[in-house]
Each structure stands twice: as C-alpha cells, then as structure tokens.
Design a protein around this ligand. Sequence first.
Ligand SMILES: Cc1cc2nc3c(=O)[nH]c(=O)nc-3n(C[C@H](O)[C@H](O)[C@H](O)COP(=O)(O)OP(=O)(O)OC[C@H]3O[C@@H](n4cnc5c(N)ncnc54)[C@H](O)[C@@H]3O)c2cc1C
Length: 392
Amino acid sequence: MKEINFEDTKTAFRIKSNRDLRRAYILFKLISYPILVKIGNPVIHVFSALRIPIGWIVKPTAFKHFVGGETLEDCQPAVEKIKTANVYSILDYSVEGKETEKAINAALEETLHAVKNAGSNPDIPFAVFKPTAFGSHKALEVLSGNTTPDESIIEEGEKFRKRIDTLCKTAFENDVPIMIDAEDTYIQHFIDKVVIEMMQQYNREKCIVFNTYQMYRHDRIAILEADIKKAREEKFFLGAKFVRGAYMERERARAAKMGYEDPIQPDRESTDRDYNLALKISMENLDVVSIFNGTHNEYSSMYLTELMAEHGVDPADNRIWFSQLYGMSEHISYNLSDAGFNVAKYVPYGPVRFVLPYLMRRVEENTSVKGQTGRELALIKKERQRRKANES
Ligand SMILES: Cc1cc2nc3c(=O)[nH]c(=O)nc-3n(C[C@H](O)[C@H](O)[C@H](O)COP(=O)(O)OP(=O)(O)OC[C@H]3O[C@@H](n4cnc5c(N)ncnc54)[C@H](O)[C@@H]3O)c2cc1C
C-alpha cells in the first residue's frame, strides 16, 4: 500500500489550476477575518430576507468554491473533474428550512431525481438527503419526545415515514446506497426509528440505507452498539455514516434555555474519543456494518486506514468510504484516493438563495476563530510556492 502523506500538496491540489488556487487563496484569506464574516453574515441574511439579489456577490465567490451548482445538471462538470483524480461525488440538494406542502413535494421530486441520477452514474456512488426537508419540525419534535401525540401529529409522522420510504425504495430499486443526514437532537429519535425500519426492509442483502451518527452526542456509542446488536439479531446490514456534528452551539444554547441535560459531550476530547471508538467498534463488526467516515479530521481519517490495515481489509473494500465536503480538506481526499481508498466529496447544490444557510456554516467554520482556515491557507500557500519554485 502506498504511504499516505497529508502534507503532499502536489497530490492534494492535482486537479487545481494556478488560477483555481489563487481564487481559493483569496477566499480563505477573506473569510479568515472574523470581522468580515461578522458583518457579512447579517448583511447577507437581510438581503436574502428582503429578496434583494445577492447572487452577484455570492455566486463567483463562496458559492463557486463550496457548491457544485444550482441544479443537478450544473454539477456534472465538477463531478467529472473530481473523478479524473479518482475521487467520487455525492450530490446533496441543500435546500434548508422549508416546511410547506408545496416545498416538501418539490424537495421530494428533486431528491428522487438525484437518487435516480446517482443510480445511473458510476461517478456518484451514494444518494443523500436531509430528513427535515420531508416533514414538519413540530411533528418530528413531538414524535421524538415523551408527550402523547394527537391525531394530526400522528398523521404528519405517517406522511414523513411514507416520504422516507419512497426515497429508500427508489434507492433500493436503483441499486444505489442512500444516506440520511442528522440534524438536531430534539427531532432525531423519531428519525432514527424510521431509518432503522428502512434498514430492516432494504438492507437484507447489502447496505442500501445509512443513518448518521453524530459523535459529539454523548449517547451515540450506546446507540451504535444497540443498532449493531439489532442488525445481528434481525439479520440486516447497518449503514453507519459517522460525523462529529455541526450544530454544537445551538444544541447547547437550546438545552440551557429549556433546562434539560446538554446532549453534547462535555469537551472536544470526549467527542474525538467517541468518534474514533465508533470507527473501531464498526471495524470489529465489519461483517454487518458499512462505514462512511465523514470528517476533515486528519487523525480520524488516518486512524481508519490503520484499522483497515490491522484487520487485513483492502483499501478499496466497498464497505468503507471516506468523505470530505466539496472545497475543503483536499489534502485528505486526494491523498487518500491516491493511496487507493474509496473517497467521495459531498457536493451540495441548489438555488443560491436556498443554499445560504449551508454556505454560512461553511464560512463560519472556516473563520480563523474555529481554526480550519489556517490549515487550508497554509496548504494552498505551500502548493503555490512549490509550483513557483518548479517554474523558475
Ligand atoms: C461528508 C460529511 C458529511 C456531513 N454530514 C453531516 C450531518 O449529516 N450532520 C451533521 O451534524 N454534520 C455533518 N457534517 C459536519 C460535521 O458534523 C462536522 O461539523 C465537521 O465535519 C467538522 O468535524 P470534523 O470531524 O470534520 O473536524 P474537526 O475540526 O476535527 O472537529 C470539529 C468538531 O468537533 C466537535 N467539537 C469541537 N469542539 C467541541 C467541544 N468543545 N465539545 C464537544 N465537541 C466539540 C464539533 O462537532 C465540531 O464540529 C458532515 C461533514 C462531512 C465531511
């Protein structure tokens, strides 16, 4: 096996032209200034709420870097370009927070289109969706809690289940695995219940349906172990996408405001410990578990490759995938794929106005406050210097 070196920027940026690198450098440099992000975010929110066109600012900058396009078809050039370096794509319709029947039906139609597209395109190995696009928040919350739901809530829950079933059944019929993202804890219990039902139905021969385990939650190791036990007893395959979790601040704030126990780990070390433990447990149960390692963390990415070697598992084993978001952590994606591992980029798409919440999260987590930008900038800088030295 080729040795993996995340410092190898030549491989990391092999599909980026000098112009691409310059553009990426300017973008990360700009969002490294917390003050610009602090001012920019509310301005963009206000413009968006007032329906003032913002495409002209966002589209050539953050949108171009972090988003595949406005439609599925727009993403095809990115899919093909990424694939030249043997990295696959997962197209994620990233429209958030719409709850009307009309919006739900439109999201369902678009996601079914994406599932079928994935089924017919070998460069797109998975389909994915956000469950909150398919049900009312209120119903998901009540059905996840301890209060008795009334008739209308039960009906809403049933509608949600039917929509999720339509998506999973279409994935099954098109022979393409499908992942269900995880969001806030207070709605997750019902989603978990429905997703496990889908696995019981569609994961009999192999893994088609994947649930998401957010390892910043302190109860997830116990849930993972219980799910593995269930999968063994009931003879289905467990699809496990692992992430640390994207909503820590709002989870903590809600718990504090409403006076319930914080569902998030007490500190960073506990999240890291459980994340890596989840990988270890899953590797020990690889006969029934498929692993999707959704992380930009170098240690967790390298650790899984070490576990695979320890267990004598081939890097190209189709039960294990590594994934990073489009426009981030190329040094992990492209160096892993160069060493023969299965790697896919999560490529979001959707109309500019609707993918703004996704973009805001990317920009916020890339400010110098949270630390990612330093790493991205340093790597881009190093590669630009390397290229310059080679030219002279
Ligand atoms: C392919 C892919 C798919 C994703 N899908 C989802 C999804 O469905 N749902 C979702 O919620 N997120 C999703 N994410 C985002 C993910 O949850 C993380 O927010 C993001 O990837 C950063 O975590 P990391 O492991 O990449 O990196 P790191 O930068 O190493 O870890 C940062 C993370 O550590 C945790 N953390 C930081 N400080 C603390 C603290 N004080 N206490 C406890 N925990 C702490 C937080 O989760 C934080 O986001 C996805 C990410 C990827 C790459």
